[in-house]
Design a protein around this ligand. Structure first.
Ligand code: SF4
Ligand code: SF4
Ligand code: FES
Length: 399
């Protein structure tokens, strides 16, 4: 619990200032404020604004981590300014000075205020962010399984702060990527049994080259999110439902490419780069290796591969011959696949592996056991830190 009785201390803030209308380049501006250590960085900025420079631009409203308007970067990481203590921010700073910048991937309007309309809200609109009600609409209410509503609660916790958008690496390279917040929003409706457009939504986001398969699984959005929405996890669920349940084979080859990773890990325990493209295009058969599109893609990727080898990011020998995994480790991986894929009812256990789990109790798959399903369930639990994550008494909830 925060110590609310500590006396006020001096804190130094280094604020990124920029006014596009001034036609001057951005610059750093430093101010010292005096506040109790448990006070927020937002309070520090507001004190600097009130005491030294009323022109400091910062957006805020609730001051309680609810409205999502005070998203900034503090010491290079996305945070809610109202939800970050001054002492903690100072502790994590490089030189004792708390550095505050505007969020990334969005144009700066002024100082710490970014244009959410230009990027974040535009992308939210892209995913049809409302329920398309199943017909006929019942006279009283839809009756749905409570598990499905618990499932989407995680995405409903989003406060639209844009922190995930700010740090999304895919969006940095491809600003057209639909992005983590909007795709988490899409899952909110795909996971809702009252929505009547699951296939249309999934098909749209699978066929869009900047849709669900454009995410590079960098985990940045998972780390950035102050509400544990786990946007990347929601994107993986969208992919899984699109590919496994609706059998959508997108023209971008996204689903097959992902499936190639899954089968490669199952067969070798580690990635086998030389087989990745053939499997992506030709499937898991021997003949598939000669799929013409695989050759074309290989040619297209050869420059990137050569650069990877030159810069030491790839090893030619292991890329061609595959990485070697100790036999017991490979067998352990195979056991996970067998256990997960062999069961009758699907239970989502981690980012990629789908299958079923016949365990009944809420403790099924808890850490501490060394069997495959438990290890995979533990991985899921680690990847899903949401306080909303839950297992029903029947052990049937799939989050
Ligand atoms: S995991 Fe995907 S959506 Fe999330 S930040 Fe990385 S690239 Fe973006
Ligand atoms: S998913 Fe998390 S980080 Fe992204 S906008 Fe919603 S609350 Fe903010
Ligand atoms: S001011 Fe509302 S979330 Fe920070």
């Amino acid at each position: 619990m925060a110590d609310t009785h500590r006396p006020p201390e001096q804190f130094k803030l280094r604020l990124r200032r920029y006014d596009p209308e001034s036609r001057q380049p951005p610059y750093w501006d430093e101010h010292e404020v005096k506040l109790e250590p448990h006070r927020s960085v937002l309070e520090g900025i507001l004190q600097a604004k009130a005491s030294f420079d009323g022109s400091i631009g910062i957006r805020c409203s609730c001051r309680a981590a609810i409205c999502g308007s005070c998203g900034v970067r503090i010491n290079g990481e996305p945070h809610l300014a109202c939800h970050t203590h001054l002492d903690e921010a100072r502790r994590l700073s490089a030189d004792g000075v708390i550095e505050v910048e505007p969020m990334g991937n969005m144009p700066v309007i002024k100082d710490l205020i970014v244009d959410m309309d230009a990027v974040h809200w535009k992308k939210i609109q892209r995913v049809t962010p409302w329920l398309i009600a199943k017909q006929p609409v019942p006279e009283r209410e839809y009756i749905v399984e409570r598990e499905s509503m618990v499932d989407i609660t995680q995405t409903m916790a989003c406060i639209q702060c844009g922190a995930c958008v700010s740090d999304c690496l895919a969006m940095e390279v491809d600003p057209g990527f639909v992005g983590p917040a909007a795709l988490a929003k899409a899952y909110r409706f795909v996971g809702d049994p009252r929505d009547d457009a699951h296939f249309e939504r999934l098909n749209d986001l699978s066929e869009d080259p900047q849709g669900i398969y454009d995410c590079t699984h960098c985990f940045k959005c998972v780390q950035a999110c102050p509400k544990d929405v786990n946007p990347m996890g929601q994107i993986m669920r969208l992919r899984r439902i699109a590919g496994s349940d609706h059998h959508i084979e997108d023209d971008n080859n996204g689903h097959r490419h992902e499936a190639a990773f899954v089968t490669l890990i199952r067969d070798y325990g580690l990635l086998h780069e030389a087989e990745l493209l053939p499997r992506s295009y030709g499937g898991n058969s021997w003949l598939g290796k000669f799929h013409p599109n695989a050759g074309l893609e290989l040619l297209r990727s050869s420059r990137v591969a050569a650069l990877g080898i030159l810069r030491g990011k790839m090893n030619l020998k292991t890329a061609l011959l595959g990485h070697k995994l100790a036999k017991p480790d490979l067998q352990a991986i195979k056991r996970i696949y067998q256990r997960v894929e062999g069961a009758e009812k699907r239970r989502e256990l981690n980012l990629y592996i789908t299958g079923t789990d016949e365990d009944d109790g809420p403790t099924a798959g808890s850490a501490g056991s060394s069997d495959g399903a438990s290890a995979a369930a533990a991985a899921e639990s680690a990847a899903q830190p949401s306080p909303q994550s839950a297992v029903s008494p029947e052990g049937s909830i799939d989050l």
